[in-house]
Design a protein. Structure first.
Ligand code: SF4
Length: 232
C-alpha cells in the first residue's frame, strides 16, 4: 500500500542524523513556514521538481534491512503530510528505528506519529512569543510550543536545536529562550551558528560569520544535561 508521502530527496547513508546509528534520511516535501535562513528552500513548495516514488523508497529500504539502524524523516516539514503517519508505521514495521526532524507546526499530527518514533530533533526558531519574526507566520509560536510540550511529555529521546543569527535574535533573547526550554524539561539542546550555505536571504548572508563567545556557551551548557555547539 502506498501512503502517498511526497518526498523531494533521500540521503541513503548518514552517520550524523540519527544518534549512535547508521541511517537513511528521507526529505519530505512542503513546509508552511518561511524562515529567512532556510537551507532547504527547494523543499518548501508542497510539490517539488524532483519526486521520489514511495514504492522505490520502500524497495531501497528492504535491501537495507540489517545494514541500517534507522530511518529519519526530515524536510521541509514531515508533519505537514497526513501520509507521514502511515509511512512511519510502514517503515517501523520493517524493523528500523525511526527519527523525525520537525519544527512543530502541526501538533495534532505530531501526536499521531509520536508513538512510532524513537528519536525527535526539534527546531526551535525563537522565543515562542517571537516566532512570526523568523517564520513569517502569525501564531506559529503557539503551534511550536504545543509540539514541544507533546514531545517532552512523550518521554521520547530528543534534541532541541536552535539556529542563531544575531540579526534575527539578540544574545539576550537567546539566553531567555534557553532558560524557557530548560524550564520545560529539555535535556539536550544544540546551538547551531547560522550557515550561509543554501540560504536565499542576501542580508543574512552578507553579515560577518556568526561567532558565539565562550562565556555564552558556558552559560548555556550549564542549563542542560547535554549541550552541543555546532559552529558555522
Ligand atoms: S521550518 Fe525548516 S524547512 Fe520550513 S522554512 Fe523554516 S527552516 Fe525551512
Amino acid at each position: 500500500m502506498s501512503p502517498g508521502l511526497r518526498l523531494g530527496g533521500m540521503v541513503p547513508l548518514t552517520t550524523t542524523d540519527y544518534p549512535g546509528g547508521l541511517a537513511a534520511v528521507l526529505f519530505c516535501q512542503g513546509c508552511p513556514w518561511r524562515c529567512a535562513y532556510c537551507q532547504n528552500t527547494h523543499l518548501i513548495p508542497p510539490k517539488g521538481e524532483r519526486e521520489l516514488a514511495w514504492s522505490d523508497v520502500l524497495a531501497f529500504l528492504r535491501r537495507r534491512i540489517g545494514l541500517l539502524d534507522a530511518v529519519v524523516f526530515s524536510g521541509g516539514e514531515p508533519s505537514l503530510q497526513q501520509a507521514i503517519v502511515a509511512a512511519a508505521r510502514q517503515v517501523r514495521g520493517m524493523g528500523f528505528k525511526l527519527g523525525l526532524h520537525t519544527a512543530g507546526p502541526y501538533p495534532e499530527r505530531l501526536a499521531e506519529v509520536l508513538p512510532e518514533l524513537d528519536w525527535v530533533g526539534m527546531d526551535v526558531k525563537a522565543g515562542f512569543a517571537d516566532y512570526a519574526a523568523t517564520t513569517g507566520v502569525p501564531g506559529s509560536g503557539a503551534k511550536a510550543q504545543a509540539s514541544a510540550r507533546l514531545l517532552l511529555e512523550s518521554g521520547i529521546a530528543h534534541e532541541f536545536r536552535t539556529t542563531w543569527h544575531p540579526a534575527l535574535m539578540s544574545a539576550e533573547r537567546l539566553r531567555a529562550l534557553a532558560r524557557t526550554l530548560a524550564g520545560m524539561g529539555v535535556r539536550r539542546f544544540a546551538l547551531q551558528a547560522f550557515r550561509a550555505t543554501g540560504c536565499a536571504d542576501a542580508g543574512l548572508n552578507a553579515a560577518p560569520a556568526v561567532r558565539i563567545d565562550e562565556e555564552m556557551l558556558a552559560e548555556l551548557a550549564q542549563m542542560f544535561a547535554e549541550f552541543v555547539y555546532r559552529p558555522a
